[in-house]
Design a binder for this molecule. Structure first.
Ligand SMILES: Nc1ncnc2c1ncn2[C@@H]1O[C@H](COP(=O)(O)OP(=O)(O)OP(=O)(O)O)[C@@H](O)[C@H]1O
Length: 588
């Protein structure tokens, strides 16, 4: 294997074929090789065969991180390159549209297109419509008829409605990525309107993708697809799991204690993504950790988009190790109170009216409409976070579907990963108001669903082994700290962060093109406010550490609380170049 090859788990890879087997254009093959993709993943090989050779529409339900993006990008580019060879004198047309639910995904997909076309010159130009805000610039770019448009549905619709010269009638490919989320965002109305501008079911091929599909997409399927092939590539080899899942049953206050101890003692090594269910919780947790000298970054939909994209970029470059993401799709609505039921119907996709069902796995293998104009939900869905060692559900999501997408931010592309979920016990809920969260009332019920769904998928969610007595040693240190994080402190921090990020965002806008290196100096994990906190909290006295960690806390890796287990010495987790398998120690 040459140096640039990416090691992908055998679970995902279709090693019976290589990308060469599909007669791809040499420029495309060269880029795929540069990316380090040695073999296509299962979804990619199936999609290449069905779309390029059999010209099928495709509806694909495949695991998070299994390579669905390349599964549609490669066929699109191949088709454009082939067309260009055969009709070198033809006039340019917009040939493909990729619709995604968030600006983050629009950016990610358009960057991926750029990587795949690095050797293609100007033949297959892709434009992210959400990125271009200047009308004049947009109009001149559109006049040049780029081959590929990437956009959210509402952005595309508003552009088409305002520009009569945007013609999508000759479109060859239409992709609706994260299609189930499109519906729950309320984008189906936009999609409906878009049908008036498309030559549906004529010469156009359609891709609909997600890790979680159900019959909710049947309406879109009927509207957009022509006898689609349904790919279901969810179940992987049970023996070879890459994602290890754990839970801790606890109370609301102890969630803070647990995360403090886990992070302070580096019990999990590598990059960590923590999910909370609302904006204030994110800041509360950040301030709380800040008191103990633990730096973290916030990611939520309230931040300006440039900051969000920059945070993601920097996190992927290992500039930050700890990201607290707000998953607002899980904000609990007391009046509704039904979020988990509505979002949880992920069981099956109706395949009755389709021409072909491909159920190819290696190991044999109530609509919840959110008003998209209110908020942008779930800024992390589909985002390709690189090398996340662990996802912590600090707040449990309110549906097993959201759980799948959250934990799917780790163990991507065949890498190892771990998920740890805090589950508030029903009889403990609401006992400590300052740490309480409405959605946690139903944690146990939701968790039972999560367990059922994961078991169906062949996964096990095991209890995380933790010595609660050792935890008590840290309790008194956290009481004062927690008290200092009042609601006012949280609100002030939130306001301050937005102000700071608005300024940062302006700088990002101005400097993005001219001085990309300057961006490295714009940090997003600064302390937010000087709340009263004991400086000593930042140090952990030796006597509080588990025996194996006493020599030098900065060097601790995974530190088991049980005295007998041996601990290997590792480096601190900042910017680790060497791959560390966090999970090995948990597998016992
Ligand atoms: N053939 C391949 N070989 C090696 N790595 C791959 C291959 N295809 C994709 N990858 C990598 O796997 C990771 C996940 O890919 P991608 O983001 O497309 O997953 P996904 O299926 O869309 O996940 P999600 O459902 O979470 O959106 C990416 O980092 C990508 O570069």
């Amino acid at each position: 294997m040459s140096d640039n090859k990416v090691a992908v788990s055998k679970d995902y890879v279709d090693d019976s074929v290589t990308f060469d087997s599909f007669n791809l254009d040499p420029r495309l093959l060269q880029a795929i090789n540069k990316l380090g993709f040695e073999h296509p993943t299962l979804i990619q090989s199936q999609s290449l065969r069905l779309s390029l050779q059999e010209k099928k529409d495709i509806i694909a339900k495949a695991s998070t991180g299994s390579g669905k993006t390349a599964a549609y990008c490669i066929p699109i580019l191949q088709s454009i390159l082939v067309d260009n060879e055969s009709n070198s004198n033809s006039t340019n047309e917009i040939q493909s549209v990729v619709l995604v639910p968030t600006k983050e995904l629009a950016q990610q997909v358009s960057s991926f297109f750029k990587e795949l076309t690095m050797y293609c010159g100007k033949i297959s130009r892709s434009v992210n419509l959400n990125e271009i805000v200047n009308d004049q610039l947009l109009s001149s770019i559109l006049n040049e008829k780029p081959e590929i448009l990437v956009s959210t549905p509402s952005r595309l619709l508003s552009i088409i409605e305002a520009n009569s010269n945007v013609n999508l009638m000759n479109l060859k490919y239409l992709v609706i990525d994260e299609v189930d989320l499109m519906i729950s965002y309320g984008y189906d109305e936009d999609l409906d309107k878009l049908t008036h501008y498309l030559n549906l079911k004529q010469h156009m091929q359609v891709f609909m993708m997600s890790a979680t599909l159900n019959e909710d997409i049947n309406g879109l399927k009927e509207k957009f697809c022509n006898k689609p092939a349904i790919l279901k590539l969810q179940d992987l080899d049970n023996q070879n799991r890459r994602l290890l899942q754990y839970y801790i049953k606890t109370n609301e206050y102890d969630k803070f204690l647990l995360i403090y101890v886990i992070l302070k003692l580096n019990l999990i090594r590598g990059k960590i993504l923590v999910f909370v269910n609302n904006l204030d919780r994110g800041y509360k947790l950040k301030l709380f950790l800040q008191n103990f000298g633990i730096r973290s970054c916030i990611l939520n939909s309230e931040l300006p988009i440039n900051s969000r994209l920059h945070i993601l970029e920097e996190f992927n470059k290992n500039v930050y190790n700890l990201l607290i993401a707000t998953d607002e799709s899980n904000e609990y609505d007391e009046e509704d109170g039904e979020n988990e039921e509505n979002n949880d119907n992920i069981e099956e996709l109706d395949t009755e009216s389709t021409s072909e069902t491909v159920n190819n796995t290696k190991a044999n293998a109530k609509k919840s409409k959110k008003n998209s104009s209110n908020k942008e939900y779930g800024v992390t869905r589909g985002v390709d976070f690189k090398n996340v060692a662990c996802v912590i559900n600090f707040d449990l999501p309110t549906s097993s579907k959201a759980y799948i997408h959250r934990v799917g931010r780790t163990a991507r592309g065949g890498k190892n990963g771990m998920a740890l979920s805090f589950v508030v016990m029903k009889n403990e809920w609401g006992k400590h108001k300052p740490s309480s969260l409405p959605s946690a009332r139903k944690d146990e019920r939701v968790f039972a669903k999560i367990e059922r769904t994961q078991t169906k998928l062949g996964y096990e969610v095991s209890p995380y082994q933790f010595d609660n007595k050792q935890l008590d040693n840290f309790r008194y240190r956290m009481d004062d700290s927690f008290r200092s994080i009042t609601q006012t402190a949280v609100r002030e921090a939130r306001l301050k962060e937005i102000k700071m990020e608005l300024m940062t965002s302006e700088k990002l806008k101005r400097h993005f093109e001219e001085n990309p290196q300057d961006l490295a100096t714009l940090r997003h994990d600064k302390a937010l406010s000087k709340i009263r906190a004991d400086v000593n909290l930042k140090r952990v006295p030796d006597y509080l550490l588990p025996p194996g960690a006493r020599q030098d806390v900065t060097k601790t890796g995974f530190v088991p609380f049980s005295k007998n287990k041996k601990r290997s010495q590792g480096k601190r987790r900042t910017g680790v170049k060497k791959k560390v398998d966090v999970l090995k120690r948990h597998r016992k």
